[in-house]
Design a binder for this molecule. Structure first.
Ligand code: ADE
Length: 239
């Protein structure tokens, strides 16, 4: 069964964009997921097919009309019963667990819009899940949707070459919520730098412990906030 991505946007040519290449691109070609863009301009009002108007109460920029937004969204939800996401810097933070949850479902609808550019009544009435990549402002929801989709699609069964590489990475439950430990490959010595002996020695138990300690140290140094979220016993060195 294919995972269904629907994108409502004024810029359909931005898709599949980066998702047409590499892992996601191959998976799209193989039918593991499908992509449908819906041009919001098709729902424009009046002679000029307007999708936005000047802000009530004054101010800079334009605001997308609630009736246009609802018409565009309703035309998709009438045929597809899927979660509706609205990328926005004021949304809940996008996380690996949200990506995982969505990957386990049948698909998602992304409503992409210019930042600050949508009539609040549409959000109140249709209650999409507002999701944010972080505390910075993108020019619109499209690049955010590409990033969010990327993180979902690589979790779909059959998309990633080696299942394991998806299971043991940073932020996943099986990595203990820690950052990833370092990786090495050939040559054994590069610019005078050697691969740590424990990595090549062949003692798998020792290596696992070393990786755990490195992951823990790196997380403590760079992202102590991640350790706050862990159960108490995960913070101590593994016995
Ligand atoms: N649209 C504009 N900025 C965004 C952000 N930081 N995250 C998600 N969507 C956005």
């Amino acid at each position: 069964m294919s995972w269904d991505a629907h994108i409502i946007t004024g810029f359909p040519s931005m898709f599949p964009g980066t998702l047409g290449e590499s892992l996601a691109g191959r998976a799209l070609h193989d039918g593991l997921w499908s992509l449908t863009t819906h041009d919001v301009r098709a729902h424009g009002q009046g002679k000029h097919k307007n999708i936005d108007d000047t802000p009530a109460g004054g101010g800079a920029g334009m605001v997308m009309r609630a009736d246009v937004a609802a018409s565009a969204l309703d035309s998709v939800t009438a045929r597809h019963s899927l979660p509706v996401l609205l990328p926005s810097p004021r949304g809940v933070r996008w996380t690996q667990s949200l990506a995982q949850e969505l990957a386990e479902g049948a698909g998602a609808i992304f409503f992409c819009n210019r930042y600050e550019g949508i009539d609040e009544r549409f959000i109140e009435a249709r209650a999409p899940l507002e999701v944010s990549l972080g505390d910075y402002i993108l020019s619109g929801g499209e690049p955010a949707a590409l990033v969010m989709l990327d993180s979902i699609l690589r979790l779909l069964p059959g998309v990633m070459g080696k299942l394991e590489s998806g299971l043991q990475e940073s932020f996943s439950a099986s990595s203990g919520g820690l950052l990833e430990p370092p990786h090495y490959t050939r040559p054994p010595v590069w610019e005078g730098l050697e691969i740590p002996q424990v990595v090549t020695a062949g003692d798998h138990e020792k290596l696992a412990e070393w990786r755990h300690q490195r992951a823990l140290a790196m997380t403590r140094e760079r992202r102590p906030d991640l350790l706050e979220d862990l159960p108490q016993n995960d913070k101590s060195p593994k016995k």
